[in-house]
Design a protein around this ligand. Structure first.
Ligand code: 4AD
Length: 457
């Protein structure tokens, strides 16, 4: 269908005075005596093009396109008094798809909660368009960051036989026959297929370590699955996970890459998405642009877990979850540290070994591990990572303490037998990064089709 993107029509001044053809959905439509006005949007821009329909030859023209209709329009592009317009007569309009009057997306602003009830349509709003454009640019910037630095992009399996985090949050894989209907009587466990039980991967890290200890530097970028029964604004059952893994690296190297990457991708969004950032600045978080600019031009904060606990205890804040050395940091603690104490992104390092995963390098104090989380204002944790335990005996001991089945991890353990090296990496929750960059406060609103507890529409 020969036509021009509305973004191009609105920005390319050379098109003024020419005949152009555009397609789109009607955002608003208004009728008056001699003319009718239609605001058309094709999703390529947050701005609409105004179609001015001259009814002079056809004063009885009644078929003014309704909100939600899809149209193809050909006419002269002119600079109107207030906006760029396309001047047409009724004959220049082709109705591609009609739309009934009860179209749910009307001109008035809708709440994000209301829009969540229509995942198939909410992409047509400016809010979702802006989120998805930023999401797309961020994804490309992440690839660019790693590709330019000699990291190999690897794809780790989504079906796996071992639980990387050991937190018991894996979805189990079963077959449901060939029907899309869930038929309990036909189910059989994946064990019948693979020869052992399988689940959906919570993280590609273990396989990522195998790739990094072969290719040096790698990253993954794909979905991870968590059967966490957490109905919160920052948990998804299916989220997108960016996991770099670096051989010949210690915790400090991991932290350096994390800070540099976050700054690079946010800098790219500021450069490539000025309209979208201005939109969120105006409608979601005043000062968003300044906040992001500030973030990329200053060093992130640094604190150890032990210091963080002291800061939280001394704060005088009444937290819902009590703070004591050994407790896991909850979102309220993470946000207090990044919003009230540091007022910026902050790395927390050296967590107690008992609240972290088996694979993390044990510190000489015998109590903590070389772990790191990145906390940001408004969201809390967006990155979790560590230096990995490279010592075979120490790793085995940590796994035995957790009653893990060593047979399931024999390949992983081999890495510590055959030329072990210091190495480490981290996982970035892609949706949490998008929340931070846009100021959108619920993770369900930064992914097209969110999968959360109780919801799989
Ligand atoms: O801290 P996590 O659990 O770390 C790992 O999975 C490591 N294996 C990563 C690694 O070192 N390669 O998860 C990493 C990040 C979190 O900081 C968070 O941003 C995101 O993944 N995340 C979630 N995002 C949305 N919904 C969930 N349920 C999430 N669980 C983790």
């Amino acid at each position: 269908m020969k036509h021009i993107d509305i973004k191009e029509v609105l920005t390319n001044k050379e098109l003024i005075g020419q005949q152009v053809t555009v397609c789109g959905w009607v955002r608003t439509s208004r009728n008056s005596k001699n003319v009718a006005f239609v605001e058309l949007n094709d999703g390529t821009s947050l701005k609409n093009i105004q179609i001015v329909i001259d009814k002079a030859d056809d004063p009885d023209y009644k078929d003014i396109p309704r909100v939600g209709c899809s149209l193809k329009v050909t006419g002269a592009l002119v600079e109107g008094r207030n906006a760029t317009e396309i001047n047409v007569t009724p004959a220049d309009i082709t109705l591609l798809g009609d739309c009934p009057q009860d179209y749910p997306l009307q001109k008035k602003g809708h709440t994000l909660e209301f829009l969540r009830t229509m995942p198939h349509l909410r992409g047509r709003t400016n809010t979702f368009n802006a989120v998805m454009r930023i999401r797309s640019v961020l994804a490309q910037a992440i690839h660019q960051y790693y590709q330019e630095r000699n990291f190999v992009y690897v794809n780790t399996p989504l079906i796996t036989g071992s639980d990387c985090e050991g937190a018991g949050e894996m979805f189990r894989v079963t077959t449901i026959g060939y029907s899309t209907e869930y038929k309990t009587e036909d189910d059989y466990d994946a064990a019948d297929f693979f020869g052992r039980r399988a689940g959906l991967s919570v993280s590609g890290q273990l396989e990522g370590e195998m790739a990094a200890t072969a290719m040096g530097k790698i990253y993954t970028f794909g979905p991870s699955f968590r059967a966490e029964n957490s109905n919160t604004p920052k948990h998804l059952a299916e989220f997108w996970h960016v996991e770099p893994e670096i051989a010949f690296a210690e915790l400090e190297d991991v932290i350096e890459v994390a800070e540099d990457m976050v700054k690079h991708v946010i800098g790219t969004v500021l450069e490539k998405c000025p309209d979208e950032i201005a939109f969120f600045d105006a409608h979601f978080e005043k000062g968003l642009k300044a906040r992001l600019e500030e973030l990329i031009s200053h060093e992130f904060g640094r604190v150890t877990y032990t210091e963080a606990i002291e800061l939280l205890k001394k704060s005088g804040e009444k937290f819902v979850y009590p703070v004591d050395w050994g407790c896991d940091l909850q979102t309220e603690h993470e946000r207090y540290l990044s919003e009230k104490v540091f007022k910026k992104a902050v790395f927390v390092t050296d967590y107690p070994k008992d609240i972290k995963s088996f694979y993390m390098k044990q510190n000489p104090d015998g109590k903590t591990v070389a772990a790191v989380d990145l906390l940001v204002p408004g969201v809390g944790e967006i990155i979790g990572g560590s230096e990995r335990e490279a010592d075979y005996d120490k790793l085995i001991a940590a796994m035995k303490e957790r009653n893990m089945n060593l047979d399931l991890y024999s390949d992983y353990l081999d890495l510590r037998k055959f030329g072990t090296v210091p190495h480490g990496g981290f996982g970035l929750g892609f949706e949490r990064l998008i929340m931070y960059v846009t100021g959108v406060q619920n993770i369900r609103d930064v992914i097209m089709f969110p999968r959360t507890v109780g919801s799989i529409r």
